[in-house]
Design a protein around this ligand. Structure first.
Ligand code: ADP
Ligand code: MG
Length: 151
């Protein structure tokens, strides 16, 4: 499937972008986030949360691995950075198959557990304030969403 790209010029633009994306998400959707430290994965998740109607503040779940937020649809926010070099299965499937939207930061570390149908997101650092956001859909549902927000 085709890859879709955007450039954002500020943290606020990234949040607006992911907030808009969130409007199209449905229960059971799985999104992965790859990008270097400071690329904007957690920032992107903050916008998603906002778009899902989460009112609590979203911050990096590095020390808890999985955090759950209540919204229009629940948001499961994972940061699996600490699972590098371990094959530990923390029951990911229950989240992936659950009624919420799951977002996984550093998803490359739990590749073997990820579902086939997902939206892969890569954030690239361009400059202090600019980021390239790449969306790679892996299902028709996510392809439709990409087309819709590209309009
Ligand atoms: P990660 O979770 O990938 O480690 P964070 O979201 O925690 O990254 O941090 C991203 C940092 O980059 C924040 O300090 C944010 O203010 C800054 N930033 C600057 N420009 C952008 C942009 N266009 N999009 C997202 N974040 C940006
Ligand atoms: Mg982060």
């Amino acid at each position: 499937m085709k890859r879709y790209e955007w450039t954002t010029a500020s943290e606020g633009e990234t949040i607006l972008f992911s907030e808009k994306l969130a409007e199209y998400l449905t229960p059971g959707d799985v999104l992965t986030l790859e990008g270097d430290l400071g690329a904007g994965k957690t920032t992107f998740t903050k916008g998603l949360a906002k778009g899902l109607g989460v009112t609590r503040t979203v911050n990096s779940p590095t020390f808890t691995i999985i955090k759950e937020y209540m919204g229009r649809i629940p948001l499961y926010h994972m940061d699996v950075y600490r699972l590098e070099d371990s094959d530990e299965d923390l029951g990911f499937e229950e989240f992936f198959e659950g009624d919420g939207v799951t977002v996984v930061e550093w998803s490359q570390f739990i590749k073997e557990y990820l579902p086939d149908e997902r939206l892969d997101i890569t954030i690239e650092y361009l400059s202090e304030t600019e980021r390239k956001i790449k969306l790679q859909p892996h299902s028709t549902h996510f392809e439709e969403i990409c087309k819709e927000i590209k309009k």
